[in-house]
Design a protein around this ligand. Structure first.
Ligand SMILES: CC(C)(COP(=O)(O)OP(=O)(O)OC[C@H]1O[C@@H](n2cnc3c(N)ncnc32)[C@H](O)[C@@H]1OP(=O)(O)O)[C@@H](O)C(=O)NCCC(=O)NCCS
Length: 206
């Protein structure tokens, strides 16, 4: 799919010194920056994003500022939570976000997360972006196991995970906290050893 990764000073098992940009056929994934705040603020007004993720509700402009300047910046600085804004190459429009969060205490594992802007859903963009992020995590970062966790009932996210090649592993009861409330969650995983082919591509298994 012609994906590329731009990075410098890579250390084994840790992200590069600075944010990494990933490029796919139709998309560019790069670290969030100040100029993205308004588009992120707008995107996160969406009821589905608020229903299925941990974004603050109501979602204010300050929340988007915090996401860019604190959460994302620290995630890259520590290497524990790289996060990307996803853009359509053709138009430059923000179409979603992707992130990896290392699981504290479980070496070599991380959780993947994503959302798509309401206007750009149903085009396969989340699958395309998630493939690049999963491949980056399982190859460049040397992760052994990448987990997808979603509140029970999130069929769109489950469909994306399935297409990327995550194997469903079950339901975790009262597992995922969202704004002070605990949800049962589906869990799936993609292992480095699941990657199809010797070139490390994350094609769906089957
Ligand atoms: C989940 C989400 C990111 C999917 O984004 P998307 O860009 O529409 O996904 P894609 O276009 O890549 O869809 C890939 C597949 O998912 C499936 N899918 C997408 N929307 C779906 C829906 N509403 N119901 C069932 N399946 C759906 C389709 O099978 C699609 O495959 P197709 O190309 O064969 O039709 C988006 O719905 C979203 O942002 N939801 C709110 C936030 C969220 O739930 N985040 C995940 C938390 S775990």
């Amino acid at each position: 799919m012609g994906e590329t990764t731009e990075q410098q000073d890579q250390k084994p098992g840790r992200p590069a010194a600075g944010p990494v940009t990933l490029t796919t056929e139709r998309l560019v994934l790069r670290a969030p920056q100040e100029s993205d705040v308004d588009a992120i603020h707008q995107a996160c007004q969406d009821e589905e994003i608020q229903r299925w993720t941990v974004v603050p509700v109501p979602y204010r402009r300050e929340d988007a500022e915090f996401f860019v300047h604190d959460l994302a910046a620290n995630g890259w600085r520590t290497g524990d939570a790289p996060v990307w804004c996803v853009f359509e190459r053709e138009s430059g429009a923000l179409v979603g976000a992707q992130g990896l969060t290392r699981n504290p205490g479980r070496t070599g594992t991380a959780e993947i997360g994503w959302w798509a802007t309401k206007e750009h859903r149903g085009r396969g963009y989340t699958v395309e972006a998630a493939r690049a992020v999963a491949r980056y995590g399982l190859t460049e970062l040397g992760l052994r196991r990448l987990e997808w966790v979603a509140y029970v009932g999130n069929e769109p996210s489950r469909a994306v995970a399935g297409k990327v090649g995550f194997r469903m592993e079950g339901t975790l009861r009262s597992y995922a906290e969202q704004r002070g409330r605990f949800h049962d969650a589906w869990i799936g995983a993609l292992l480095a050893t699941d990657l199809a082919g010797a070139d490390g591509r994350t094609e769906p298994a089957g």
